[in-house]
Write a protein that binds this ligand. Structure first.
Ligand SMILES: [Zn+2]
Length: 138
């Protein structure tokens, strides 16, 4: 029987772009702020009225959505590449086994590792550029 269904290519390779790496670098320090504000249960009283987040957390949410969902094409249920728990290595924690996100642990871990490596390379390149500029100063 014919079908109009189009298959999703879940195993498609993702090519990291300069924008993805730049967003990752922008998001990492904001993620630390966001995590601290989440743990504290507020944004230090500086949340914009009606938004519930401070400017840093708002920026992190926007960066995270753009990188995870729009550029990387991950579903909202996918573990974020900004999840620092992925850095511990190893398999997903056993408490996650009943969650849909459990299956996304390994792809997210690989993506985060690749983004961290690319970010380090981009930062090293930036330092070379800055050093080059400084060398030309009188
Ligand atoms: Zn905040």
């Amino acid at each position: 029987m014919p079908t109009n269904r189009t298959r999703k290519h879940r195993n498609q390779r993702i090519k990291l772009t300069a924008e993805m790496v730049a967003l990752f670098r922008q998001g990492e320090p904001l993620r630390a702020i966001y995590d601290a504000h989440l743990a504290a249960g507020n944004c230090g009283g500086s949340a914009a009225p009606g938004r519930g987040h401070c400017a840093d957390c708002d920026e992190f949410v926007e960066v995270s959505k753009r990188l995870n969902w729009r550029l990387l094409g991950l579903s909202p249920g996918h573990i974020s590449v900004f999840d620092a728990a992925l850095d511990k290595g190893g398999p997903a924690p056993s408490w996650m086994k009943h969650l849909c996100a459990y299956a996304t642990w390994e792809p997210a871990r690989r993506l985060r590792a690749a983004l961290r490596q690319a970010a380090a390379q981009q930062e090293a390149a930036d330092e070379v550029l800055i050093a080059g500029v400084l060398l030309r100063e009188p």
